[in-house]
Write a protein that binds this ligand. Structure first.
Ligand SMILES: [Zn+2]
Length: 345
């Protein structure tokens, strides 16, 4: 039995830091475990300009604790009016690493999102020509479509056509939640990859209703049936280079989750690696964890692999009921549980 796992320093390829006081509180959790993170741009207002993005990056850098080596990788928020030249300029200047597509009203902070992908095709063509990845929140927003079907319907209505029409565009299908999404990624060409969150590997939709309504198990895309969770575990641990770590860690105050209209999002940053490695351990795939956490992501993005290593050891990590993020109380993923691995740094 492997009791200790030392891997190249990992990255988080999908993350929400928010801004202001709470951002200052959550950045250290991610910087403690990851060398880099793809920072999502769904602030209010969203991050759309090169200058606005550079300023946001500066605020994040200022929140990284002294002596900690952490690099935020920034993203542009796509709107119907996006200019391909502005994206390409930000990409060339090293400010934008990628651009994020939110279908309008799909999740937190997506009110300014894209209403029809046809409207942004010129910008997507520009991105493809300069090698800038497109990151997609893959759900339709049509309220007539059942919430548990929105990812599968998005593949059918939007993603299949986009990949067919623009095969040279690098696409990350973010936080996939269904067997349908994994099947789509598997059969697509090398320019299509996906991130998978820890929560979608650990919980199915029953978690939201265990003995009552459980707001801390609610995120978007929402957890699906068990058959989908099992398909995601298979994909993540398969050894395919198309899958990589992206936590989608999303901090909301405890009071905003435990409400008559609770926010969507799970805050998993404090124990992300312990959570993921538990899955790989249970699946007998510890030897594949390093590729998922530290290699597949940078290779897809065309970025260098990190230097240095981190170590995880078998042992007990007790996840607290709440964590403090610079004055905001947040309930973390796995609150109150004991995980079977310890992060040693
Ligand atoms: Zn997200």
């Amino acid at each position: 039995m492997t009791d200790s796992l030392t891997i190249r320093r990992p990255d988080d390829w999908h993350l929400h830091f928010r801004d202001d006081a709470v951002m200052k509180g959550v950045v250290p959790f991610t910087a403690r475990q990851f060398a880099r993170a793809i920072v999502m741009p769904n602030l209010s207002p969203p991050v759309t300009s090169v200058e606005g993005c550079a300023a946001y990056r500066d605020r994040i850098r200022a929140a990284v604790p002294q002596g900690v080596d952490f690099t935020p990788l920034m993203t542009a928020y796509l709107t119907d009016d996006v200019e391909g030249d502005e994206l390409a300029r930000g990409f060339a200047e090293g400010v934008f690493t990628a651009a994020k597509l939110y279908p309008a009203h799909a999740t937190t902070g997506s009110a300014h999102g894209v209403t029809d992908i046809a409207r942004i095709m010129p910008a997507l063509e520009k991105m493809a020509s300069v090698g800038m990845p497109l990151l997609i929140h893959g759900e339709v927003t049509d309220s007539h479509v059942d919430i548990f079907d929105r990812e599968a319907v998005f593949i059918e209505r939007t993603l299949t056509g986009l990949v067919r029409n623009l095969p040279e565009l690098k696409i990350v299908f973010e936080h996939i939640t269904t067997a349908d999404a994994a099947a789509f990624v598997d059969v697509s060409g090398p320019n299509v990859a996906a991130t998978i969150t820890p929560q979608h590997l650990h919980i199915n939709r029953n978690a939201m209703f265990t003995g009552g309504i459980r707001p801390h198990a609610y995120c978007l895309p929402v957890a699906k049936r068990e058959v989908h969770r099992l398909a995601l575990r298979k994909a993540a641990t398969s050894g395919s280079t198309k899958y990589f770590l992206g936590t989608d860690s999303a901090p909301h105050a405890q009071s905003a989750k435990e409400s008559a209209c609770g926010c969507a999002g799970i805050f998993n940053a404090p124990y992300a690696l312990e959570s993921y490695v538990t899955v790989f351990d249970e699946e007998g795939a510890l030897d594949r964890f390093e590729a998922f956490a530290s290699e597949n992501g940078p290779r897809f993005y065309g970025l260098p692999l990190n230097e240095g290593t981190i170590t995880l050891e078998r042992g007990e990590t007790t996840v607290p009921d709440t964590v403090d993020a610079n004055g905001t109380t947040i309930v973390p993923f796995h609150a109150g549980e004991i995980l079977g691995w310890v992060y040693r740094g």
